[in-house]
Design a protein around this ligand. Structure first.
Ligand SMILES: [Cu+2]
Length: 97
């Protein structure tokens, strides 16, 4: 009886460790209304790619948005919008999974 409780505790502890060890990949769409010519998205993309944890950035000048794939244990929605804002393009989160 005592032994099985101990095993259960170990299993639960292992599950807890693994859930924090694996970072979740998140995709966020940022609205970047300040992009006003076709070279603006390049600046925005460069700024977002510098954020630790960002894996991919797809910018669209036509949509005035940036779709960012990132590791949410390193980057955050706040860090992404701050990076774009600091590059001169204030950004707000349109959608995030
Ligand atoms: Cu421009």
């Amino acid at each position: 009886m005592l032994k099985s409780i101990r095993v259960l505790a170990l299993v639960l502890a292992a599950a807890g460790i693994s859930s924090t060890a694996f970072a979740a990949v998140q995709i966020a769409t940022l609205a970047v209304p300040g992009m006003n010519c076709s070279s603006c998205p390049i600046t925005v993309k460069r700024a977002l790619m510098k954020v630790d944890g960002v894996k991919e950035v797809k910018t669209s000048f036509e949509q005035r948005e940036a779709v960012v794939t990132f590791d949410n244990s390193k980057a955050s929605l706040e860090k992404l919008s701050a990076a774009s804002t600091n590059a001169g393009y204030p950004a707000t989160v349109k959608a995030a999974n």
